[in-house]
Design a protein around this ligand. Structure first.
Ligand code: FES
Length: 136
């Protein structure tokens, strides 16, 4: 049975690192055909993992047991997030500190308190099936 984990919207980000399935890394789905992202067990609570979605860098977030996926592109100036970008309860851009809500991608302002009214992250719809997480 498929369970919808998240509703998507895309705003892109681009990651240069495509990972192959090793250790804790997420499988590179290669795009449309193999839409498998990772086993849920490979993405522990409160972690971010990178993967490729239709040729674009993307991230999968497990925040408090809730999964969400986004194109890996900050809506400020396009920097990419990494596996260290989950800071406290936010996804935080490593370049200038824009922060986003992990479960929705909503822009929450910059870490220094500024708010530039940025768009949220572009979301990728995902589903959970038999312990696997799949992009739609
Ligand atoms: S590029 Fe992300 S905060 Fe500037």
């Amino acid at each position: 049975m498929l369970a919808t984990l998240a509703i998507v919207s895309l705003t892109g980000c681009i990651g240069s690192n495509q990972q192959t399935p090793t250790g804790n890394a997420i499988a590179d789905t290669g795009g449309v055909d193999g839409n498998f992202i990772a086993k849920a067990s490979q993405v522990p609570e409160n972690t971010i993992r990178e993967f490729t979605y239709k040729g674009e860098p993307a991230i999968l977030v497990n925040f408090g047991g809730e999964y969400a996926a986004y194109l890996n592109k900050c809506t400020h100036q396009g920097a990419q997030f990494n596996e260290s970008s989950l800071v406290n309860d936010r996804i935080q851009c490593p370049r200038h500190g824009a922060t986003f809500k992990p479960t929705t991608g909503e822009y929450l302002g910059h870490a220094n308190g500024n708010n530039f009214g940025l768009k949220g992250l572009s979301r990728i719809n995902i589903t959970l099936d038999n312990g696997g997480i799949y992009a739609e």
